[in-house]
Design a protein around this ligand. Structure first.
Ligand SMILES: Cc1ncc(COP(=O)(O)O)c(C=O)c1O
Length: 388
């Protein structure tokens, strides 16, 4: 009998120790948004990324982390913030929370991330048009692929604009041996259910200094002034991570290396199984400077060569009870950001039209990956028959 059970794109994957930390939170009544698990999780993350302890703040989501970073970078109503267009909307939404305006920049073809040339063009044109430099730059390490950080940081430095890295999908990835999330003034991480590790929902802000981390904590806990009563001189937020969820995170940190290894293994297996298909290419480390965690394995289909489209693949997968997803629709094509300035060409647009994310979660077996690959191999076989 053929196996028709659902294959999901990327599911949470528990390691076994998570409940021990969660139980501890209950046993000690630390069922609040602070406590030993939050502290421990932040310490574990700092150790993993190789940054100073006390510079990472665990938050309720990656989106909250981006929001609090932009706030601290002085982004206010009317200001402009440059953001990679090819990304999930959470990279850009916090710009709007602050009443600021996003300026979108295209990707380059190697990494699919922010193009340093288009970035420079955007900054120069915004200065020309508005008389002011944008307040921040948000490059994204999309699908776990490091952005070209040397070049992006060089442009940012030249114009003295701070960088906020969106490393939501990039825990475990590195550029020139340095962990993604440690290049910018700030970086966000996400522990949403589909990420490299999960806290069911959660995120963190990686700060450059302990001072910034303290400030982050202040804003994340309703911006309470130092007084015995409740006094507030700033608008605050309720963005801290629960000590219960942080317990899941501590357990997950124990298996993070295994998760990264398995996602890379899955990526390799897809490449092996699909290597003979013409017109099919993979999101690939451009050279040895890049070390993607391959959070999701992504393919691009060139219909003229393959004889089938990305949509053919997606629909065939759906029929086979397999979840796939088109690559992110660029932000400059999103109705909600209509009219926002955009710089670059059609790299992001083309990727959206022709690209697909394949099931890549670390819970998947080799048999699952073979079943997914089989769907594409069958499409290829049919295309061959039609063309002969
Ligand atoms: C690129 C990117 N940025 C930001 C986020 C936001 O993270 P969260 O869902 O934890 O708010 C996500 C994931 O959801 C993401 O994929």
């Amino acid at each position: 009998m053929t196996d028709n059970s659902k294959i999901w794109l990327s599911l949470a994957h528990m390691g076994g120790q998570e409940q021990r930390f969660v139980q501890e939170a209950f046993d000690t009544n630390w069922v609040v948004p602070l406590g030993p698990n939050v502290d421990g999780f932040e310490r574990d993350l700092a150790g993993y990324l190789g940054v100073e302890p006390g510079t990472i703040v665990a938050l309720s989501s990656g989106t909250a982390a981006i929001h609090l970073a932009l706030l601290q970078l002085g982004v206010q109503a009317g200001a402009e913030v440059i953001c990679q267009s090819f990304t999930f909307s959470a990279s850009a939404n916090p710009i709007a929370y602050l009443g600021a305006k996003p300026v979108f920049v295209d990707s380059e073809a190697d990494t699919w991330n922010m193009c340093p040339t288009a970035l420079r063009e955007a900054i120069e044109d915004r200065i020309k048009q508005t008389g002011k430099a944008p307040k921040a730059i948000i490059p994204v390490h999309l699908y776990g692929m490091p952005a070209k950080m040397d070049e992006i940081m060089a442009v940012a430095k030249e114009y003295n604009i701070p960088v906020l890295e969106d490393a939501a999908e990039a825990l475990g990835a590195a550029y020139k041996g340095q962990a993604c999330g440690t290049f910018g003034e700030f970086a966000c991480l996400s522990f949403n259910g589909n990420k490299m590790i999960t806290t069911s929902g959660g995120g963190a802000l990686v700060c450059r200094t302990k001072e910034q981390a303290k400030r982050t904590m202040f804003f994340a806990t309703q911006a309470r002034d130092n007084a015995p009563h409740y006094q507030h001189s700033h608008i605050g937020y309720n963005y801290r991570l629960s000590n219960v969820c942080a317990g899941i995170g501590r357990g997950q940190m124990m298996v993070l290396d295994e998760h990264v290894a398995r996602r890379r293994e899955i990526n390799n297996l897809y490449r092996e199984l699909l290597s003979a298909i013409p017109g099919l290419s993979f999101h690939t480390n451009p050279n040895e400077d890049f070390d993607s965690n391959y959070w999701l394995t992504c393919i691009v289909v060139d219909v003229a060569v393959a004889g089938f489209t990305r949509e053919d693949v997606r629909l065939a997968m759906e029929a086979a009870n397999i979840e796939t997803r088109p690559l992110w629709k660029p932000m400059h094509w999103q109705p909600v950001f209509e009219g926002a300035p955009y710089y670059g060409g059609t790299v992001a647009e083309d990727l959206f039209e022709d690209g697909l994310c394949l099931p890549s979660g670390s819970t998947l077996t080799d048999k699952d990956i073979k079943r997914v690959s089989e769907v594409i191999l069958e499409l290829h076989a049919k295309a061959l028959v039609i063309s002969t």
